[in-house]
Design a protein around this ligand. Sequence first.
Ligand code: NAI
Ligand code: 15L
Length: 267
Amino acid sequence: MTVSKILVTGAAGALGRQVRARLAGKYAFMRLSDVAPMEPAGPGEETIVANLSDAEATARICEGIDGIVHLGGQSVEGSWDQVITANLIGLINLYEGARKAGVQRVIFASSNHAIGFHRRSQRIDHTAPARPDTRYGLSKAFGEDMASLYANKYGIRTLSLRIGSCFPKPTNARMLSTWLSYGDLVKLVEVGLTADFLNEIVYGVSANTRSWWDNSNAYRLGYKPEDNAEAFASEVEHIVTDDPIEEAFQGGGYCSPEFVGDPSRVP
Ligand code: NAI
Ligand code: 15L
C-alpha cells in the first residue's frame, strides 16, 4: 500500500525541520509532533505537541497514519533517566501506538553510536553486531531490536538508519567518513517509505570516499546518494584530536568519556 499520511516525530529538532521542509507537499498529509513548540502548520500539515513518554498522547499521534519518520528523542549522550525515558519508554510507546493504529512503516533514526566501539580500521556492513559506545548508543541498539520484534511479530516494516553525522557540512576529519547531507537523509527516508522490505538496517551516510561502512544494503533498496564529504576534505582533514580513544573508534568523541583502562582490550 502506498504511504500518503505521515507522522514526523522530533519535528522541532534539527533533522525534523529539514525533513519537514524537504518533504512538504509530497504526501497528502503530514503530522508533525514534538515535545517542543513547532512552526505553525502549513497546507496539508498538522502540528501536535506530545511527549513520547506519555503512552496515550503517543498513541493519539499515530492514529490515521501510514508511515512514521521517527526522529524524536534524546539525540546525544545523557543520564540513564534521560535515555530511558525518551528513547526506551518513548520507543515502546511509539511502536505500541503504531501497532494499534495499523501503521505500515517506520523509519527509525538509529545512530552510528549503536556500533561506535568498532575500530576505524574495520570496514563493517549492516550485519555488524551492535557495539554501543554510550547509554545513548545502547538505546539505539534497543531500537533496532524493537524494530525486529514489531516487524516479525506484527508486520510493521522498519528501516533503521544508522545515521553518521547529519549536518550542513563536515566540520572535522571524522566527518569525512561519517557525514550525511540533508539531501541524502531525505533520500533514505523516501526509500524507507516506498521500498519493498520487512526490517532492514542501513547506514545513514552520504557516498563518502572515506566511509567506514559498506552500505550495499541501502543501495540494494534503491538509495542513490548525491553527496560526498570528500568535497570538503581540504577544509577539515587537518581537524583531528589528540585523544587516542576518540581517534581509534568509529563513535569518536562518544567513546572517551567515562572510559576506564586500556583501549587495546576492545577488539
Ligand atoms: P535534535 O535533538 O535536534 O531533535 C530531537 C527532537 O526530539 C527535539 O526537537 C526534541 O524536542 C525532541 N524530543 C526529545 N525528547 C522528546 C520526547 N520525550 N517526546 C517528544 N519529543 C522529544 O536531534 P537531531 O539531530 O534532529 O536528530 C534527530 C534523530 O536522529 C535523533 O533520534 C538522533 O538520535 C538521530 N541521529 C541524529 C544524528 C545527527 O547527526 N543529527 C546522528 C545520528 C542519529
Ligand atoms: C549522533 O548520534 C548525534 O545525534 C549527533 O548529534 C552527532 O553527535 C552524531 O551522532 C555524530 O556521531 O557525529
